[in-house]
Ligand binder design. Structure first.
Ligand code: ZN
Length: 154
């Protein structure tokens, strides 16, 4: 597996590249590298940064969000899927390109495919009873703690 150009760590969820395909583990390492010419002028940079950000956000939060329907009644899974669909709808050009127009288009296509896969994962997702009970308990504890705080502090 390729490593970050700056710190040599293995890039994970927050990996990013510059328009020459140089690999970084994070925005910090990307910013520390002084040889990413013209990235900010690249026609795909805004879409690349947008989809990378959204991808990281969904991967970190989708399961918490799915449990919210069970814990709080909202948002519903269908609403989350619609949100994701709507977002991906703005990337239709990149579906057609299939990543063939340079490094950023390849990255964007990669994220599009990952998010399409996430849609399947979410569709088939079911709450795990044990996890759900744990989260319910944590929710009640939190509510109790807040109520007690309110009673003390007014
Ligand atoms: Zn790094």
């Amino acid at each position: 597996m390729k490593r970050c150009k700056v710190c040599r760590k293995k890039p994970r969820l927050e990996r990013r590249v510059n328009n020459e395909g140089v690999l970084f583990c994070s925005d910090d390492c990307y910013d520390d590298y002084d040889h990413s010419p013209n990235d900010m002028d690249h026609p795909y940079i805004d879409d690349y940064e947008a989809i990378r950000f959204v991808y990281i956000d969904w991967m970190e939060n989708y399961e918490d969000d799915l449990y919210k329907e069970w814990l709080y009644g909202t948002p519903r899974k269908e609403e989350l899927m619609e949100q994701l669909d709507e977002f991906l709808g703005e990337f239709m050009d990149y579906y057609g390109l299939e990543g063939r127009d340079g490094v950023f288009s390849a990255e964007i296509y990669h994220y599009v495919m990952e998010l399409e896969q996430l849609k399947v994962v979410m569709k088939n997702w079911k709450a795990d009873e044990k996890v759900l009970n744990k989260r319910r308990k944590a929710m009640y504890e939190e509510r109790k703690r807040r109520k007690e705080e309110e009673e003390i502090w007014g």
